[in-house]
Design a protein around this ligand. Structure first.
Ligand code: 5GP
Length: 177
């Protein structure tokens, strides 16, 4: 069985944009320490590349958000699982997300972070955004690409837990015969 996948953003386009995002972030924070809060699972590859592009001083913590099962539509319910090794209070925190769709996941995470952790600054970096799908207004401080309303996979994004390993972002068109 092989899937039909149309390339939307190539590996080179993604890597080039990440360098741009890293310089935008460094321009804002200078040499201050930044904690990247990687939202699992979809953003782990983006987060790793962004961290290497940023250079030190930079640390990483993890948060797992469950909003989709194996389906391509949101369930509207978000469960958060924290994996912090230290408090983020008083720190410069950048949430690192793979894609902002309806904005439901980010609304939950932002509210929870502000209430529980009280970081010094809380910003959002997202590789992708589908503005046409937005339900909750979401301020994306560092955005990779705006895309149209297509279900995308690759570069950390999955379909039923598969295709995360692809180095590009593609549109999943189903299984080829
Ligand atoms: P939201 O809560 O903004 O509706 O959805 C955000 C989450 O839904 C993302 O972190 C991602 O896990 C998932 N998601 C939204 N759109 C897509 C998509 O096109 N492809 C994949 N693989 N996941 C998506």
């Amino acid at each position: 069985m092989s899937a039909q996948i149309d390339v939307m953003l190539s590996e080179d386009q993604i890597q080039e944009r990440i360098k741009g995002l890293a310089s935008e972030i460094r321009k804002d924070f200078g040499n201050e320490e930044i904690i990247l809060l990687c939202i699992l699972k979809g953003s782990y590859i983006f987060c790793a590349d962004l961290m290497r592009a940023l250079g030190s001083p930079c640390q990483v913590e993890f948060l797992r958000a469950e909003s989709y099962g194996d389906a391509t539509e949101t369930s509207g319910e978000v469960k958060l699982h924290y994996h912090f090794t230290k408090s983020l209070a008083g720190k410069n925190v950048i949430l690192v997300e793979d894609i902002v769709d309806t904005g439901t996941t980010l609304k939950f995470i932002m509210e929870s972070m502000k209430n529980k952790e009280q970081p010094k600054t809380l910003k959002l970096a997202s590789l992708l955004s589908k503005p046409s799908r937005r339900v909750h207004e979401t301020q994306i401080d560092y955005l990779g690409f705006e895309i149209e309303d297509k279900f995308v996979i690759g570069y950390g994004l999955d379909y039923a837990q598969n295709y995360r390993e692809l180095p590009y972002i593609g549109v999943y068109q189903g299984d080829a015969n």
